[in-house]
Design a binder for this molecule. Structure first.
Ligand code: PAF
Length: 310
């Protein structure tokens, strides 16, 4: 299958390499010419828990080259979703499906504003990946990938995509309740990402210090209150235990938000803890811990050139 992956970050590179290795025709769409040239020439190198390998992929900055792709996987940061989807919209053929595997709340709505909802698949993945350089990724944690259509239908095409992912080595299933899954993943990110960005600890270390664990529990409890009020069905019974177990399962991973901070990039805090704060406002639920995390991470990202180095 011709598959285009938009955004050669950690998750995009991981999916690109695994899918290419299993024989799919993978195209990485990048906005940087020098990086696309490098990836096209050297392929994607993977190391970590699934062993070391290199996979050849095609890479381009020209959206026209991805026309004819049956699946387009959006792996850019949430704040770039709108621009990317507008850029590729006219190239989506009748058969093309667009899959968001991004963190945070709001990506589906942004894509739906541009593309017919029947063409959209949303998904969550629990894999941990760290970008070590252009086209070089460390697979740091394994987990399930779940995909679903917005209308909940378990169609043949959804199953085909799940089986392509499985063949590539990703444990994948289809679900009827994608909203519940997005929220279930959101709550994991609420408990992990902002805290790693502020403490500069990897995921596993977050459960080793009682102070940060307390803050994690408070942030997760606020998010769960919002989810319950919105009658979202979470994919697990004990959210705090779940977040802690993800920390352990991805213990060696540097969360995507800490990777952003270490690379002095804008973070997805607005789509994670910020999304909880916004959703809670309309419901009259207090979210002081998420507000604090939002303020702290915003300060971190606005002051990259000011912090005191040791
Ligand atoms: O954003 C991330 O890094 C990941 O979603 C997760 C699950 C927190 C693992 O690092």
């Amino acid at each position: 299958m011709k598959i285009a992956i938009v955004g050669p970050g950690a998750m995009g590179s991981l999916f690109g390499a695994f899918l290419a290795r299993s024989g799919e025709d993978v195209w990485m769409l990048d906005h940087r010419e020098d990086r696309a040239t490098h990836i096209e020439k050297s392929g994607i190198k993977v190391e970590g828990i699934s062993g070391n390998f290199r996979a050849s992929v095609k890479a381009t900055t020209d959206p026209k080259k991805i026309s004819g792709a049956e699946l387009i996987i959006v792996c850019v940061k949430s704040y770039d979703t709108e621009a990317v989807v507008k850029r590729i919209k006219s190239l989506l053929g009748d058969e093309a499906l667009i899959l968001t595997l991004q963190n945070g709340l709001g990506n589906i709505q942004i894509i739906e504003d541009v593309v017919d909802s029947a063409k959209i698949i949303a998904g969550v993945t629990s894999h941990g990946a760290t970008l070590l350089g252009w086209g070089h990724v460390k697979h740091a944690g394994k987990g399930e990938t779940v995909i679903g259509r917005l209308d909940g239908a378990l169609t043949g095409r959804l199953r085909t995509i799940a089986s392509i992912f499985k063949k590539a080595g990703f444990d994948t299933r289809s679900s009827r309740d994608i909203r519940g899954l997005i929220w279930s993943k959101l709550i994991i990110n609420v408990g992990i990402n902002g805290l790693t960005a502020v403490t500069r600890l990897n995921n596993g270390r977050l459960v080793e210090y009682e102070g940060v664990r307390e803050v994690m529990r408070a942030a997760v409890s606020e998010a769960v209150k919002v989810a319950r009020r919105k009658r979202i069905k979470l994919a697990y019974d004990d959210p705090i235990q779940k977040v802690e177990s993800v920390c352990r399962a991805t213990s060696g991973n540097i969360s995507s938000m800490l990777q952003d901070v270490l690379n002095r990039r804008k973070t997805e805090i607005d789509f994670i803890n910020g999304a909880i704060v916004r959703q809670a406002k309309g419901l009259g639920i207090a979210t002081p811990t998420n507000e604090t995390l939002l303020d702290l991470v915003k300060t971190v990202e606005e002051s990259y050139d000011k912090y005191i180095k040791t």
